[in-house]
Write a protein that binds this ligand. Sequence first.
Ligand SMILES: NC(=O)c1ccc[n+]([C@@H]2O[C@H](COP(=O)([O-])OP(=O)(O)OC[C@H]3O[C@@H](n4cnc5c(N)ncnc54)[C@H](OP(=O)(O)O)[C@@H]3O)[C@@H](O)[C@H]2O)c1
Length: 218
Amino acid sequence: MISFLGGTGPQGRGLALRLALAGHTVAIGSRDVAKAEAAVGKLAAKTDQALDVRAATNEEVADQAEVVVVTVPYAAQRATLTPLAAALAGKVVVSCVNAVAFDDAGPHPLPVPDGSAAQEVARLLPGARVVGAFQNVSAPLLLRVADPVAGDVLLVGDDEAARERVAALVADIADLRPVHVGPLRLAGPIEEMTAVLLAVNKRYGAHAGLALTGLDRA
Ligand SMILES: NC(=O)c1ccc[n+]([C@@H]2O[C@H](COP(=O)([O-])OP(=O)(O)OC[C@H]3O[C@@H](n4cnc5c(N)ncnc54)[C@H](OP(=O)(O)O)[C@@H]3O)[C@@H](O)[C@H]2O)c1
């Protein structure tokens, strides 16, 4: 099972939807199980396909899942993860989190003392197998089931097997390509790139993503 902490937001729902459509069992976690149930209902209404999507508290999904995806805002990450450290030790934990803020000049990356939100996840969850992924994939596109989500998902993490596990999940989503970048310490520029994409989106009214050139010839 793949579960989402704070899975009631657009990013958690969008990834849960795409992975459920690919045949995975997924669980939407929330601080409030009624909110998770409402999110599950919204996903079911998006497709005629039978989906295996469950609703639970964040604590329950952390206990039960094999892969746990962090889809809370950066400001909520420490309070959400700290009580779950024991439950998440040894598990694959995927960080989608971007430390991004907005001011009059538009989106901008926030400084993170650990170097990136994903590195902070690794510090908060000793023993977890942390992988950074999906930070640059737009939730509105994930939720638009009629269209494939094209682009590359850059993967960072110090545990190669965990990164491979997440790469396989990425490959299950139509038209997304997993790209192994390397160690978790490279998460910062990937997360910061989201501020660039948000600025582009604002200028062009788009949902831009990332696609690397040249890899098909490697
Ligand atoms: N939206 C996108 O297009 C997108 C794209 C790429 C990456 N991301 C990243 O993915 C993450 C989630 O994005 P999102 O847009 O889905 O976020 P969101 O809607 O703002 O929040 C997601 C969920 O986090 C929980 N949450 C919010 N504030 C909280 C708090 N103070 N304490 C504990 N839980 C809290 C809520 O769940 P409950 O109330 O149900 O507990 C909420 O539904 C972010 O870090 C973002 O940077 C987003």
